[in-house]
Design a protein around this ligand. Structure first.
Ligand code: CTP
Ligand code: MG
Length: 263
């Protein structure tokens, strides 16, 4: 549809601190995770432009590694922010062509986005100017203390069953409160906005503490619509997440496949 042209911004400038290294370069079925994420968007006719925000301090290395394949898809590479995700998005917004009616922002670290979810979001974005996917919280939520404490069992339990075993070696936090989880959602990306609204959101003076893009739209007092997300659209934050996403997507780690089983 020519009246609906999306520029997709993919922030990929993070350092993967919690992962312990470059998570976006990890193998996902023979291709780097970053390219898997980008490829989800290259097939969509609604997508006019894809802009990837790269780590500013190693942008040459990034271009050397991904430039050819990203260039093949017509992807624009811009320098992201050193510290904050919002800096990366802000830099990428500056490269969005004027003809785009909408801007979608999707974490590079979410390669599990699927066609059905993307279609759901695009359909919603045709009628609402800010749309985000949300996954209902299934766990019981508790707020706990900042400090950890050595496990201190009841005296009777300790003496009768445990003796000194476990004392001091087990630490934990204390529960302060249980939070009502009804109406709580874990918010994902892609988040899709009318281009005018997202530009206005990022033109605000204070962008600090924004952990997602919708927060800046909320600060304007504009409504944000949450549609049904998908637990498979998880963010790869830790090495365990990478194992989970490989299982979800059905990819094996190539190095671990014995040669005699490759056929
Ligand atoms: N991101 C970015 N620019 C930053 C920080 C993050 O473009 N300055 C991107 C990441 O590359 C990632 C997405 O934002 O695709 C979500 O961030 P997160 O999962 O926190 O990734 P990292 O910041 O790399 O990880 P960590 O916080 O553990 O360092
Ligand atoms: Mg981060």
């Amino acid at each position: 549809m020519s009246d609906f042209k999306v520029a997709v911004i993919i922030p990929a400038a993070g350092q993967g601190t919690r992962f312990g290294g470059d998570k976006l370069g990890e193998d996902l079925g023979g291709r780097p995770l970053l390219l898997r994420t980008v490829e989800i968007f290259t097939k969509r006719e609604e997508v006019a432009t894809i802009i990837v925000a790269a780590p500013p301090e190693s942008i040459d290395e990034f271009r050397g590694r991904y430039g050819a394949q990203l260039g093949f898809h017509g992807v624009i590479i811009v320098a992201g922010g050193r510290a904050e995700r919002w800096e990366s998005v802000r830099n990428a917004i500056a490269a969005v062509p004027q003809e785009c009616t909408h801007i979608a922002v999707h974490d590079a670290a979410r390669p599990g986005l699927n066609e059905a979810l993307l279609t759901r979001l695009i359909d919603a974005a045709r009628v609402a100017s800010a749309v985000v996917p949300g996954d209902p919280i299934r766990s019981t939520l508790k707020r706990v203390t900042t400090e950890t404490f050595a496990a201190a069992p009841d005296e009777a339990v300790a003496d009768a069953i445990l003796g000194d075993a476990g004392r001091e070696s087990v630490r934990g936090r204390r529960v302060e409160a249980t939070i009502d989880r009804t109406r709580l959602m874990a918010i994902q990306t892609p988040q899709i906005f009318s281009a005018e609204l997202l530009r206005r959101a990022y033109a605000q003076d204070d962008l600090s503490d924004a952990t997602d893009d919708a927060m800046l739209v909320e600060r304007l007092g504009e409504p944000v619509l949450v549609v049904e997300g998908d637990p498979r659209n998880m963010k790869v934050t830790t090495p365990t997440d990478l194992s989970i996403i490989r299982a979800i997507l059905g990819h094996r780690v190539q190095e671990q496949r014995p040669a005699h089983k490759r056929f």
